[in-house]
Design a protein around this ligand. Structure first.
Ligand code: COA
Length: 363
């Protein structure tokens, strides 16, 4: 009898604590920044090295140009380096210094090393203290997954200022021959970063809803197979270097299959986020889809009945920068006055894994 009473008291207490956290601590975007390499690669530039053309790329993807690091084999302009440049801007925008950051979440599919991840690189490059640094491996959904981690850490009171980064260097690993044209024309380099901070200010914005999903049975519909424990690693490369095929070392994408899943999952995840927060698509001031393909974004816009003013796309300039695409777009949307404090924003994604999800927030 005595024990039963104790357990119910503990249960009540945890519910109350949860409610206190939810009421008092908000996850607020305090600063944002992005950085892309200067080197612009147009569709016509690509047509000089592979059998493609501006018309095909524009019609199917909306992309007109993307950024690549100048030297394909540069060992200094790395993913962590791009992440650092974006982070410096985000930290300055937040009015903070690197010493104020107490945790890093770094999303990328193109890390500097096979291991360790880019988070620790960034901790060192920025000169932060010996703070924790986590890498998120969720490809195009990396930034949404990373924001959800940061939001949870802030809402539970664990950290106050979390640097959430999405960065990629794709250009070093794309097949620039005719064989790779279905993939290589789509992807670009870049980085975006957000400082997500804890606040109790009743006027500050907050993350209102988050959802994440996955379907791992489709892993090989969009993936790079090598190196890994399934298709081989250094041992295989040393033993039989000639047997490692282009199909394994370059990214593979079943474009049509990805497209069909994306146009189903995008509306689902957006609706799930809106429903959870008691909002509708009409309430949205801005929707930022992961910049996968302009045709996907336009399809989703139509499905949700959103006006052009409610949607932000910049894939035309950067291509698909996977984990970096949403924070780059968010940063540009704010720069251009498309998103203001107090506005309702939904950021949604779909990508390799398959993974998909949304973050709905008041900016
Ligand atoms: N330039 C010119 N022709 C190209 C080409 C290129 N860069 N890439 C492929 N082609 C050719 C193909 O070889 C094929 O030729 P064929 O008919 O003679 O065999 C033809 O164009 C059609 O190819 P297909 O792959 O069926 O084109 P598509 O209409 O499916 O468009 C994508 C390809 C990749 C643009 C499209 O499938 C897509 O956007 N999918 C979603 C991708 C995505 O969003 N990925 C990111 C997820 S996070």
């Amino acid at each position: 009898m005595c024990c039963e009473t104790d357990i119910s008291l503990i249960a009540d207490e945890s519910v109350i604590l949860q409610q206190i956290f939810e009421i008092m601590i908000k996850s607020h975007i305090k600063g944002i920044g992005h950085y892309v390499p200067d080197h612009i690669v147009t569709n016509d530039d690509l047509a000089k090295v592979m059998n493609t053309n501006d018309e095909w790329i524009t019609e199917r993807t909306g992309i007109k140009e993307r950024r690549h690091r100048e030297n394909r084999n540069d060992s200094e302009i790395t993913t962590a380096y791009l992440g650092m440049k974006a982070s410096e801007r985000a930290i300055a925008d937040a009015g903070l210094t690197a010493q104020d950051i107490d945790y890093i979440v770094f999303a990328t599919l193109s890390p500097d090393y096979f291991f360790p991840g880019c988070g620790v690189q960034l901790q060192h490059m920025l000169g932060c203290g010996t703070i924790g640094a986590l890498d998120v491996r969720n490809q195009c959904s990396g930034f949404v997954y990373a924001m959800s981690v940061a939001d949870a850490f802030i809402k539970t009171g664990l950290y106050k200022n979390i640097l959430v980064v999405g960065a990629e260097i794709h250009s070093f690993g794309l097949d620039m021959s005719d064989r790779g044209r279905g993939v290589s024309v789509i992807f670009g380099d870049g980085a975006g970063a957000v400082v997500l901070s804890a606040t109790e200010d009743e006027n500050a914005g907050d993350i209102l809803a988050v959802n994440m999903h996955s379907e791992g049975q489709y892993a090989e519909e969009l993936c790079t197979k090598f190196p890994g424990t399934k298709y081989g690693w250094s041992d295989r490369l040393l033993r039989e270097p000639d047997a490692v095929t282009a199909d394994e070392i370059y990214p593979y994408m079943n474009g049509n299959f990805v497209f069909k899943h994306a146009v189903t999952r995008f509306p689902e995840t957006i609706k799930e986020a809106l429903d959870k927060a008691g909002k509708t698509a009409e309430d949205l001031d801005l929707f930022i889809p992961h910049q996968a393909n302009l045709r996907i974004a336009q399809f989703v816009q139509k499905q949700l009945g959103l006006s052009d003013d409610q949607v932000f796309n910049n894939i035309q300039k950067y291509g698909n920068t996977t984990a970096a695409s949403i924070p780059i777009a968010l940063s540009e949307a704010i720069e251009q006055g498309r998103l203001k404090r107090g506005d309702l924003l939904c950021m949604s994604t779909f990508g390799s894994g398959f993974t998909w999800g949304s973050v709905l927030l008041e900016y």
